[in-house]
Design a protein around this ligand. Structure first.
Ligand SMILES: Nc1nc2c(c(=O)[nH]1)N[C@H]1C(S)=C(S)[C@@H](COP(=O)(O)OP(=O)(O)OC[C@H]3O[C@@H](n4cnc5c(=O)[nH]c(N)nc54)[C@H](O)[C@@H]3O)O[C@H]1N2
Ligand SMILES: Nc1nc2c(c(=O)[nH]1)N[C@H]1C(S)=C(S)[C@@H](COP(=O)(O)OP(=O)(O)OC[C@H]3O[C@@H](n4cnc5c(=O)[nH]c(N)nc54)[C@H](O)[C@@H]3O)O[C@H]1N2
Ligand SMILES: [Mo]
Length: 790
């Protein structure tokens, strides 16, 4: 007999997609009070003449159907184009202290910010302020920072190429390379790892390649929730008999089976397509070991094939020896490391058996063209950069790079995070790029390394930074270590937030704090020369235009480009001789400059107007390797000290996105495919760990950071234990509620990506309230603490 499950926990037995997805779209339109306007908006998303969906960076198919949106894109669009607004009256009624006590969900759900705001320390409220006044004070504040390297300029990946380019131009003229960027928390391991492997920090495949692949390796991404339009592609692969092997500690429903809301037959018959042909529940942080196992087995298969051939049999080699000889370097050291690594170590670290990994090697050896896809399950670890390189190694062994149906496919996060990087948002700029900035704009840009997210927060916490400007995002909540973020933001002389909606980061008061309201993707942006388009780059390096059409939520809501240009004017006071007004009046002029700095954008203004846009050249896809060796490099995993005993009371915690969430934006408290409804205060644990550590489903526990980053306040209190099929030693909970467990110092030393996906923790019965309530999440109270100690 089954015992009763905790409140809100059910077994979800259906496929991903299906009628549940359509129902969820209707509910989110209704919740934002935009039923008719919403439907019209959705039809314009990801269309040649419409706007780029602000949700994810999966590319649009060439022949865009009129339904190129998905359940979670619909939620993002509804959330942005909401009829709810907040202005003078709202801020007069609510002090910042009152707002702080509300949940993150409540704060954002109040609606769009419609007027510039300035914090009034005397009353504790935000006051509405005129644009002119706000801009001149912000300009004066930035100009007063003693050293430009004491200011931080954050970008979240929703902003367009044009806004990002203008932002970096302004900041470099101002005098710093401090560009903390959401990419630092996301695919930085890709941006750092892949250039060393294949000479470019981006994926090499295009959408067409999926039509020619016969094997997809999927590592650590959850497309049913985070890239739902990818499900149509995976479904096509599965239906034509392609193999899909998944590595994920959780059984994610969309990777098991998917019912396409766009298939009349599946919807009518309520049938579904199985997706994964093999599903391997790798241990959290165990991917590198698993990949080593597959590669090791591949070497053995190749040895056998060579021996058979030498003995006269008609046997094909398993490795692509011609490709390896012509195009790669480092195989000897890499294969020596594989041969030296013992199967016991691989099995222990991956949680998978030798037989399972040899099975994958056999399927891989038989595949003519293979694509490897990966997401945050790979990058957000202390060894994230190396993880990415292990995937590249595996592909290189069989020449699966730069030919049809083959390649590497990092699934980017924010819809334009890749584009922002391409056009210069980078804290470690290459000299060649800075030279071009110098030549095009006639100034000497700063040359030193700037700050990434982790370095910025540390500088703010340690009193080394004085000002921060955030172009979107919710940095204090998205970053690891909210304790450090809270302290850091409150240390600032000046904080400026360019945003569509209010969030908790905006409630951390610097000496002077401003919130500036901006247009979203869905909205019409008219400037001096008429309606403007912006452009974005997707995960597969396609650049295309995006034009909104909805009316702005208020007359004081301005485009990001307008705001950035005005701040630049107010701060630089003519320094650099840039005609900011001309850029603001006509975005074509910004694109002309992007093209002048980046030759890959040749003929930008014409090509971006073509339906579907244009493809940026990708050297690795052409088998041109822009690495130091001039070849694609095999890079072994760093040697690890195996002697430390593994403490059985320490579990690895991975932090997940729920289905009804966009990063720190929580649309609702449901996580349908994982069977969680109306709450997020959950700790997923497996039966064996529960039994071993003395817990039962429904127990309320406190989770504390273990090992070297343990600290008295690194605790998240009162999570309810839910049974879940996870590998032993692993547990999972939601982002951002678990943020207080992750120390700023717990990151990948190569890329500075926080180790969000493998936090060492111990679990104990819930103690009395620690008072601070850091990170406590209860039904109805989403996100961070009601009160975080100052
Ligand atoms: N609707 C919606 N769409 C989004 C977002 C959103 O929040 N909501 N966020 C956007 C952004 S910024 C990003 S970066 C992407 C994120 O998209 P994903 O990369 O899919 O992100 P996550 O949900 O964080 O985690 C991915 C998966 O990694 C698995 N995982 C956890 N630890 C490990 C591990 O050690 N190894 C392996 N192999 N797997 C592991 C988890 O079980 C989960 O299935 O999505 C983008 N799209
Ligand atoms: N524990 C844990 N932490 C993580 C992750 C994880 O998996 N686990 N994932 C990390 C990842 S991959 C990422 S990318 C970061 C995300 O970090 P961020 O990009 O900083 O966070 P978001 O939640 O996407 O930002 C949401 C806010 O952006 C603003 N906004 C929305 N649309 C617009 C717009 O069009 N213009 C402007 N100017 N503002 C807008 C709104 O105020 C909204 O509240 O979080 C990281 N943090
Ligand atoms: Mo991301």
């Amino acid at each position: 007999m089954r015992t009763k499950r905790p409140d809100g926990i059910k077994d979800y037995t259906g496929p991903a997609g299906g009628w549940g997805a359509l129902k969820a779209v209707a509910i989110s339109l209704k919740a934002q009070q935009i039923v008719s306007r919403g439907a019209q908006t959705l039809l314009k998303s990801n269309q040649p003449d419409g706007f780029d969906c602000p949700s994810c960076a999966w590319p649009d198919p060439k022949h865009t159907s009129s339904f190129e949106f998905c359940e979670n894109g619909a939620k993002a669009v509804a959330w942005e184009s909401t009829a709810k607004k907040i202005g003078a009256k709202f801020f007069a009624e609510h002090s910042v202290e009152d707002l702080w006590k509300q949940s993150d969900h409540w704060i954002e759900d109040q609606g769009r910010v419609t007027e510039p705001l300035r914090y009034n320390a005397a009353t504790g409220h935000y006051d509405v302020v005129g644009w002119d006044e706000a801009l001149s004070e912000i300009g004066a504040g930035l100009a007063a920072v003693p050293d430009p390297d004491q200011a931080e300029f954050y970008t979240s990946g929703r902003c367009s190429n044009e806004a990002a380019f203008l932002f970096q131009l302004f900041v470099r003229l101002y005098g710093t390379n401090n560009f903390p960027d959401c990419s630092n928390m996301c695919h930085e391991a890709t941006s750092v790892g892949l250039p060393k492997s294949i000479g470019i920090g981006k994926g090499t495949v295009s959408l067409d390649d999926f039509d020619h692949a016969d094997l997809i390796l999927s590592f650590g991404h959850n497309p049913g929730t985070n890239h739902p339009r990818m499900m149509a592609t995976l479904r096509d692969v599965a239906r034509r008999g392609g193999k899909i092997i998944v590595f994920n500690p959780l059984k994610e429903r969309s990777l098991e089976r998917f019912e396409s809301p766009q298939s009349v037959v599946e919807m009518a018959t309520m049938s579904a397509t199985p997706i994964a042909t093999t599903y391997l529940q790798v241990k959290i942080g165990g991917d590198a070991a698993a990949i080593k196992g597959i590669a090791k087995a591949l070497l053995v298969l190749d040895d056998a094939a060579q021996a058979a051939k030498a003995a006269g049999a008609a046997s094909e080699p398993v490795l692509d020896h011609a490709f390896i000889a012509d195009h790669t370097a480092g195989l000897d050291a890499y294969s020596a490391d594989l041969r030296d690594t013992r199967w016991e170590t691989i099995e222990r670290d991956s949680g998978l058996t030798r037989a399972e990994l040899e099975g994958v090697a056999q399927i891989y050896a038989a595949s003519k063209a293979t694509i490897a896809c990966y997401g945050m399950g790979i990058t957000q670890h202390r060894n994230g950069t190396s993880n990415v390189q292990q995937i590249a190694n595996l592909l290189l062994l069989r020449g699966n790079m730069g030919r049809p149906g083959a390649g590497i496919c990092p699934l980017r996060g924010h819809s334009n995070v890749q584009g922002d990087r391409t056009v210069g948002i980078t804290e470690r700029p290459k000299p060649a790029f800075l030279d071009r900035m110098r030549d095009v704009f006639g100034f000497e840009p700063p040359r030193g390394d700037g700050h990434s997210v982790v370095e910025s927060i540390a500088a703010m916490r340690d009193g080394k930074a004085r000002a921060i400007v955030c172009l979107g995002g919710n940095l204090a909540i998205a970053s690891s270590d909210p304790q450090a973020c809270v302290e850091g933001f409150r240390n600032m002389d000046l904080a400026v937030h360019i945003t569509t909606k209010l969030n908790r980061t905006h409630l951390l008061m610097a000496k002077a704090t401003y919130v500036l309201p901006c247009l979203g993707r869905t909205e019409l942006d008219t400037q001096e020369t008429g309606p403007q388009s912006v452009s974005v780059e997707d995960s597969m390096s396609m650049v295309h235009a995006s034009r909104g059409f909805l009316k702005a939520p208020g007359e004081h809501v301005k485009s990001e480009i307008w705001i950035v240009g005005q701040i630049a004017k107010a701060t630089l006071k003519g320094k650099g001789g840039i005609d900011w007004d001309a850029f603001i009046g006509n975005y074509d002029l910004i694109r002309d400059k992007i093209e002048a700095v980046f030759p890959d954008f040749a003929d930008y203004n014409r090509r971006v107007r073509e339906p579907g846009g244009f493809h940026l050249p990708n050297s690795a896809a052409l088998r041109v390797w822009k690495t130091d060796s001039g070849k694609a490099n095999f890079i072994p995993t760093p040697r690890k000290d195996d002697s430390a005993a593994i403490d059985p009371s320490v579990l690895r915690l991975t932090t997940l996105r729920a289905h009804d969430q966009y990063n720190t934006t929580v649309y609702s408290l449901d996580d349908r495919y994982r069977g969680v409804f109306g709450r997020r205060d959950i700790l997923f644990m497996n039966d064996a760990d529960m039994a071993r550590l003395g817990f039962a489903e429904g127990d309320v526990v406190d989770v504390a950071t273990a090992l070297e980053f343990a600290r008295a306040d690194r605790v998240v209190q009162k999570l309810t234990v839910v049974r879940y099929a996870l590998p032993e030693g692993c547990c999972a909970s939601y982002y951002p509620e678990t943020q207080p467990l992750i120390a700023l110092e717990d990151h990948d030393p190569q890329s500075f990506t926080p180790s969000y996906k493998s936090v060492p923790v111990t679990i104990r019965p819930a103690a009395a309230d620690m008072g601070a309530e850091i990170g406590v999440a209860r039904a109805g109270v989403v996100g961070h603490a009601k009160r975080i100690p100052a």
